[in-house]
Write a protein that binds this ligand. Sequence first.
Ligand SMILES: Nc1ncnc2c1ncn2[C@@H]1O[C@H](COP(=O)(O)OP(=O)(O)OP(=O)(O)O)[C@@H](O)[C@H]1O
Ligand SMILES: [Mg+2]
Length: 265
Amino acid sequence: MDRVGNPFEPGAGTEPPELTGRRPVMEEARVALARTKAGRFEKSVILIGLRGVGKTVLLNRIQLMAKEAGYLSEFIESPEKDRLPDILVPALRRILLSFDTKEQVSTVGRAAWNALKAFAKGFKVKVGDVEVGMDLDHSRGTADSGMLERDLTDLIVSIGEAAKASKKSIAILIDELQYLKEPELAALITALHRVSQLKLPVILFGAGLPQIALDHERFVRCRDILGIDHNLRSLREQLGGRHLGGDRRHRDHGARRLAGSCGPF
Ligand SMILES: Nc1ncnc2c1ncn2[C@@H]1O[C@H](COP(=O)(O)OP(=O)(O)OP(=O)(O)O)[C@@H](O)[C@H]1O
Ligand SMILES: [Mg+2]
């Protein structure tokens, strides 16, 4: 094997030169992004697959697609120990800060900041400056019940309304969803389902191990991300005679060897 010429480099989350076999899921993501932005009903998407099959690189690529489509986006890797509010509040805050000042102080902008403040306070999230420059009256009754599912829905809906009013779209990407506790994942999915119903311009792309096997298929689109055996045909097509030459048997052999060097697909 020509190791210098081999375009595939093993390594967690490293973008390979070709996202072999991922065209259908990328096309699905492109359509979901376009529909969400246009205010059409669309579900959030969760990529499910074993370790090393390529979920993170796919999520990264989807974030790039979202940015190219004009989305505000945040990529969150859910760490083993943190709670959902701890990882979500800073990301949502960054999104709100990227609205311009006029948008931030508009009625819906203020409502979104208030919801974020109430949520951060209710769930004791330590983002020291969550309130900086935004010391507004606390509108009671939004995102302050102390119940995660309800408050998260209020929060994401408020932010979605602010985005809609400012003609912005938001993509949230969360990797390693299996680290969330089941009620947190359920709350997240309920919140995203609500923004879908309201056709607000917010979409989540998540990824996780098969253990998150969801009961939530009604609310989100779950996509199985399969490994190289399933990708072999398209890998062979893309490599074709281009790199490997020879007859089909040789190409298959070459494709398998390349695949082997990419880790446990
Ligand atoms: N479609 C693909 N074609 C070729 N190489 C790929 C493809 N997808 C991923 N890879 C390569 O496989 C390796 C693992 O990818 P990645 O880290 O995205 O997997 P993962 O599913 O997120 O793994 P984990 O569950 O451990 O986080 C990386 O080296 C990446 O470059
Ligand atoms: Mg990963």
